[in-house]
Ligand binder design. Sequence first.
Ligand SMILES: Cc1cc2nc3c(=O)[nH]c(=O)nc-3n(C[C@H](O)[C@H](O)[C@H](O)COP(=O)(O)O)c2cc1C
Length: 444
Amino acid sequence: MARREGPALWAVFLWPGGHHHGAWRLPGSPGADLLSFENYRRMAVEAEKAKIDMVFLGDRLDAWPLPDEYLARTARGARLETLTLTGALAAATERIGLVATASTTFSEPFNLARMIGSLDHISGGRVGWNVVTSYTDDQAQNFGLDHIPARPERYSRAQEFLDVAKGLWDTYEDDAVFRDKETGQFFDPAKLHKLNHKGSHFQVAGPMNMERPPQGYPVICQAGASKDGIAFAARNGEVLFSVNSSIERSREYYNQIKEGAIAAGRSPDEVKVLASINPVLGKTAEDAQRKYDQMQSLLDDDVSRHFAEMYFGIDLAKYDLDELVPEIELPEVGRGMPRAHQEYMLTRARDQKLTMRQLVYGFNGTNIYPKSAEEAADEFQEWYETGACDGFILQISHVPEGVTDFCELVVPILRRRGLIREEYAGRTMRENLGLAFPRNQYAK
Ligand SMILES: Cc1cc2nc3c(=O)[nH]c(=O)nc-3n(C[C@H](O)[C@H](O)[C@H](O)COP(=O)(O)O)c2cc1C
């Protein structure tokens, strides 16, 4: 098969203390200023200078399910609400895409469509919505429920939610609003549409109280990994984030998504798959290893163990710490991180022949490992050119230096190899990613 050519797509996933659980204690981390807007702003601006396609902001609707004693010793519970943050970042940047996370399980379509539509107007069409359904009981317990609804129920609500949101964004046809001062006519009433939606989850009359967002709809982002999640992604997603433990598994996921998109009547090019690869970078492999070891040395043993238990949703005390990581039976829903993430960590631990002690007490976050800049570029190139993904989401291990390291050490290599764009390709995020402007469903 011919190797693929042209630039890949790039996203930086920012967590204000970094994704590595020890990273907030590094000398260069923002420390007391971790939650400051400045911490986020400078990273977004730096990513924009490097022509990275988007900043990704993750969120969940709880602090973090750790006992208080351990929550008090991590940076994990600290983050800003991502729609609010996106509004501020929109004013501080000009070209980079901004992806905010919002849950369809614990919000209402009118509120959310309005907020995201407003952000698309504020940013001049640079917003993506990471559509999540939330996956733990801890989040449900902040919304009057004891348990998270089952996955099929959550994805059925997500589908109706998205359909309603799109209907609301389509309220005004694209040429409905002209604001003629002479005649006093603001818009053409024949081109205003009420939704009058009555479904199994929502009743929404509409119309929306703003004209169509600059992108028509914000870019729909998603990271489904289960059967329901992949079906939702193939039908609706435009930028998909994936965690896979090997290039082969990523290729399988990639093909599954593209085939799903075709089966849903879409073109495979309408769906971009970004793989999560998260190196701790150095100029040389030794530099990278040193930095990684420094972060590992800052992990707190008890906090690591609790993170590992929270991550896998099970009690790890029954395992012999000196044995190699065995096959571990994972719980179904409601506890722990999503299954794909859990499997990633376990497969990797087994591949590396880690003991349970190394897994449990060295638990540092999701798939973070040291790589020289050249090795990282080679790995990205191999994944991209051989059909494992359309680009990458980098869960930045330590901030702000992880962003600087990527921009200064890896971007020049990628640029020489034609794997990252020289310039933004369009005015909006949609144009930049090569995604079509969505037709208004009411247009004749
Ligand atoms: C890179 C990446 C980022 C994610 N960010 C979030 C997030 O911010 N909030 C959230 O609730 N879920 C997040 N998820 C989880 C997904 O939304 C999804 O629930 C998960 O991948 C499992 O798929 P499933 O819902 O089909 O079981 C993320 C997943 C990936 C791969």
